[in-house]
Design a protein around this ligand. Structure first.
Ligand code: ADP
Length: 382
């Protein structure tokens, strides 16, 4: 085994926590930077450092204490990463890639340049420029407006069908996309190491909570034809190669009625749509990310069992210290794997954990997932 390079991670949320747990399997040193030792990853990091991953000095000083640097969130200070890279630090994904992905406008231009299929779009300096384009007929209803830089978990997205919806417009630099009449939202997570070895995971299908615009249920394998699976995997490979990324990349896709697949957006890190891999695949996305950024051979992505992943979102009307109602009943069910992130305060629709249900068939796993959904609730302690 090679020397244990110290791995640094920007961000100490649930993704950092699950990465630290994977690193523990190899007893690998993992250093995590985030603002509070109360955050999910802190107790599982071999070294936790308090600091802000958006602050130049905090990121730069942290980078000086590790051998390889990665992220669990893309909204980090990339100026510090450019400086660290110039000084010889290995950073995956690289700052140049992060600069493109962090800005949805640059991301869309990147797809266009690399002939990666994506919905037609237009860029606007702000929402007023967008209104002017509408008045002039250069933009037509319906469309989807996205903030170029402020988006996360659906918060920077507005679906505009008609004039009355315009008060939902998000201020600031933005883009508009044609409203895609998709039949399914899919995701492929894909890994690549420095050797250029690539491994794609089985295609997943996502079901959204319409109110929160957050993924509620995820099914693996996706219920689509083998032809669509091949097509989606090919796109994911092309995207990770075009970006020249090492590590995990989540490629979110729209599938249309006529079998067309479009890239919605990517995340250059481990991703919610890969959580099920912990129990359902030969290699979890977290171990795969470690393999990729530390330049080890990639692990098998084969599916052991069909799986359904359920995001545990904070219940509506509950804000305060979290309490997990119904947990014991769920623990008594076969194939139900509960992951709690340890966030102290629950809020409506906050991601507090997830549950992966594995079964002999997707139908069986799905039935159990519905039961878990009705039993398990994150509420505030009264
Ligand atoms: P975020 O970065 O916040 O996750 P996304 O760009 O993924 O935002 O958009 C969130 C959701 O909004 C998507 O998963 C999809 O349901 C819907 N959406 C986004 N873009 C479009 C589009 N062009 N047409 C139709 N629906 C869209």
């Amino acid at each position: 085994m090679a020397d244990q390079k110290r791995l640094g991670v920007l961000g100490g949320g649930q993704l950092g926590k699950m990465l630290a747990l994977a690193a523990a399997d190899w007893h690998w040193p993992i250093h995590i930077l985030d603002q509070s030792a109360d955050f999910p990853a802190a107790p599982y990091a071999t070294h936790f450092r308090k600091g802000n991953f958006k602050n130049f000095d905090d990121v730069y000083q942290f980078g000086k204490t590790v051998d390889v640097l990665t992220i669990e969130i893309e909204h980090v200070n990339t100026e510090a990463l450019h400086q660290l890279q110039k000084e010889g630090l290995t950073i995956h994904p690289g700052p140049a890639q992060l600069d493109i992905i962090k800005d949805k406008g640059l991301q869309k231009e990147f797809y266009q340049k690399h002939t990666i299929p994506t919905a037609p779009f237009q860029l606007f300096a702000d929402e007023n420029a967008l209104r002017i384009a509408l008045r002039k007929g250069a933009l037509k209803f319906p469309f989807v407006q996205k903030s170029r830089t402020a988006g996360y978990d659906g918060r920077g997205v507005a679906v505009i069908h008609k004039q009355d919806d315009l008060d939902k417009l998000i201020p600031g630099a933005c883009l508009t996309e044609e409203l895609v009449p998709f039949t399914k939202e899919l995701s492929v997570i894909v890994a690549r190491n420095e050797q250029g070895e690539i491994a794609t995971y089985p295609l997943v299908e996502m079901e959204f909570n319409p109110e929160a615009n957050l993924v509620e249920l995820l099914l693996c394998p996706a219920q689509v034809s083998e032809e669509m699976v091949q097509k989606a995997e090919k796109i994911a490979r092309n995207v990770i190669e075009a970006f020249d990324i090492c590590g995990m990349l989540a490629v979110e896709l729209f599938l249309n009625q006529d079998g067309e697949i479009l890239v919605n957006e990517v995340a250059p890190r481990t991703h919610n749509s890969g959580h099920h891999t912990i129990e359902s695949c030969f290699t979890s996305q977290f171990q795969q990310h470690l393999r990729a950024v530390l330049n080890f051979p990639l692990g098998s992505t084969r599916l052991k069992n069909p799986a359904v992943m359920l995001n545990l979102l904070g219940a509506e009307g509950h804000t305060g210290p979290a309490y997990y109602e119904g947990m014991e009943k769920c623990l008594a069910m076969e194939g139900v794997n509960i992951h709690l992130y340890g966030k102290q305060i629950t809020k409506p629709f906050r991601k507090m954990g997830h549950v992966t249900i594995v079964g002999d068939s997707l139908t069986e796993a799905r039935q159990k997932a519905e039961k878990v959904k009705s039993l398990l609730r994150v509420i505030s302690q009264s």
